[in-house]
Design a protein around this ligand. Structure first.
Ligand SMILES: Nc1ncnc2c1ncn2[C@@H]1O[C@H](COP(=O)(O)OP(=O)(O)OP(=O)(O)O)[C@@H](O)[C@H]1O
Ligand SMILES: [Mg+2]
Length: 417
């Protein structure tokens, strides 16, 4: 067994390559200057003695929404702290997995009370959501001044949007409240109630996906902090000026290109780079090469698919096989209707239940959510609405391999081998 601590190491600060914002948070986001300046202008009234505007931030996963809103509200907090006559409180709640408005309100009451009393308090239990809202109003009034409430991942609230409806309209004596809602869920964003949209989204800021060039710069800045003997020439912080004894020249461009061609997700790009560095370390190599990146990508894909289908119902696996077949026959991307035809054939072949098309579509969307499929919304032609086109976003061989482990499905996957 190898001893800990013996590694020479390519890292200077390993935490910087952890994409979780709790571990490392960048201090600047030059790629998001425009988006941040729109948030800035929506918050600016506070500095002029007015009320902040509500903001809805929307964009796919890993685009710097959470970290961007964090940086901007921290900057505002610093300004407020330096002004003797301004009182500003920022409350941040993640609605991920909340399911209901009740959970979000309970978390907000807890945070508001902590800000009010300056000590840790328990989450309230028992009150109804209307009572919770009254408690919250009472606490916010006691805190007073300007209050910014950041509701991250608001799609986690699902159908019960009471809090999204009430909060942006709350009018409480002697307090001005600004709500910043963040979501990466296109469907949720589109389906938002018109009233919520108009009150919460009075300013809408869209974070569109990074391209490979932007991802390169993002990775270069992370690498310069995380890895030893890696630095910027002439203090110019872009990928062209990165010098490194640890990374071979094609590593960052390759990580950026792979993540860029997927979804332009910075979290994914950083995860790929850090996995490649870990693999180099495992090899005892003091240089990270292109082959480490390729191996890292395979490992990550395997993990993603494994996670996506391990312990999953047979229905989800069959849905995945429809996309596989479509891919291998050169027909991808395909819409739900075409894939559903494949689905009916498969379920008949193995004697599984055949669900309605709507339920089948949900399975496809689940897979797209897990980045196993790519769902691309397209117009069906004038006045005929939008449809989702699906294609496989992982290696077909991996799908054959993993789904084929299920005895019930191996008779289908065998045909593809
Ligand atoms: N412009 C950037 N520069 C440096 N790092 C970035 C940039 N954009 C994103 N990141 C990093 O990428 C990761 C994901 O960012 P973030 O958590 O803000 O994404 P998000 O848009 O909120 O995604 P989600 O919708 O999944 O919550 C974080 O580690 C963040 O530090
Ligand atoms: Mg986020």
């Amino acid at each position: 067994m190898e001893p800990f601590g013996a590694e020479q190491g390519i890292y200077k600060d390993v935490d910087v390559l952890d994409p979780e914002p709790d571990t490392y948070k960048p201090t600047e986001l030059p790629e998001r200057e425009d988006e941040l300046s729109r948030i800035h202008s929506a918050l600016r009234p506070i500095t002029l003695g007015g009320s902040p505007r509500n903001i809805l931030v929307y964009g796919p996963t890993g685009q710097g929404k959470t970290v961007g809103v964090d940086l901007k509200t921290e900057q505002l907090q610093q300004w407020a702290d330096s002004e003797s006559d301004v009182s500003l409180t920022v409350l941040r709640v993640s609605c991920k997995g909340a399911g209901k408005s009740w959970n979000v309100l309970a978390a907000l009451v807890k945070q508001a009370r902590e800000a009010r009393y300056g000590k840790t308090v328990e989450k309230p239990r028992g009150p109804t959501k209307v009572e919770l809202f009254e408690m919250l109003s009472d606490d916010l009034q006691a805190i007073g001044g300007m209050i910014i409430i950041v509701l991250d991942e608001i799609d986690g609230i699902q159908e019960d949007d009471y809090v999204l409806y009430e909060l942006p309209r709350a009018s409480i004596d002697s307090v001005s409240i600004g709500v910043i809602g963040i979501t990466n869920d296109y469907q949720f964003h589109e389906n938002l109630d018109a009233d919520i949209r108009s009150s919460l989204g009075s300013r809408e800021v869209v974070f569109s996906p990074y391209d490979a060039d932007q991802l390169r710069d993002i990775l270069a800045r992370r690498a310069a902090r995380a890895l030893r003997d890696t630095y910027f020439e002439d203090e110019i912080k872009d990928s062209e000026h990165l010098q490194s004894d640890v990374l071979s020249g094609d590593v960052i461009p390759l990580c950026a290109a792979l993540a860029g061609q997927d979804t332009g997700d910075a979290r994914q790009a950083i995860h790929l780079l850090s996995t490649a560095c870990d693999l180099a370390l495992d090899d005892g190599s003091d240089i990270v090469t292109e082959s480490h990146v390729r191996k890292a990508r395979e490992e990550i894909q395997e993990e993603t698919i494994g996670k996506g289908i391990r312990g999953e119902t047979i229905q989800r696996k069959i849905a995945l096989l429809t996309a596989l077949e479509s891919e291998l026959s050169g027909d991808a991307p395909e819409g739900t209707t075409q894939l559903y035809r494949r689905y009916k054939r498969f379920t008949k072949q193995i004697g599984a239940d055949t669900y309605q098309q709507g339920t089948f579509r949900e399975k496809l969307n689940d897979l797209a959510h897990g980045n196993i499929l790519e769902g691309d919304r397209r117009g069906r032609g004038r006045g005929r609405g939008m449809t989702n086109m699906y294609s496989l976003s992982v290696d077909p061989d991996l799908v054959i391999d993993k789904v084929g482990d299920d005895n019930r499905l191996s008779q289908i996957t065998e045909r593809f081998e």
